[in-house]
Design a protein around this ligand. Sequence first.
Ligand code: 4NP
Length: 154
Amino acid sequence: MKTRVLMVCLGNICRSPIAEGILRDRVQKEGLDIETDSAGTSSFHVGEKPDSRMRAAALKNGIDISDLRARQFVVSDFDEFDIIYAMDRSNYNNIMALARNAEDEAKVRMILNESNPGMNYEVPDPYYGGDQGFQDVIDMLNDAMDVVIQKING
Ligand code: 4NP
């Protein structure tokens, strides 16, 4: 059965698009039965491409996310997805505030808890930092995605 995975950050232009891109790339290469998407809790950047710095960093890692466009998280995403990954605590709290019931709440996880169980580490927002911040985000998401895929594949 197809597993539907949604990546969520604040703007949907830096962290969650690259999380989606990394997972999508592996789904394509490994032929996995996983549907991928991403969204932002805010409406600030709706309709925009991923940040140019993140697009460039992604390409250096062999991943093209230039086709993605930002959208805002909506309550119906709880119906459309099986797992909802938040990039940081604030994203997590914002998503949980929209949950309608315990079933919705159970779908929401901090993504770095996959690679670092129980630590509640956050994917740092690279938006206001230097170029290394973008590669750091890619590195930590690559590690997390190994476990994401392992768990889904059983
Ligand atoms: P993201 O990064 O949540 O990783 O997409 C951000 C991008 C833009 C803003 C905040 C975070 N912003 O406030 O414009």
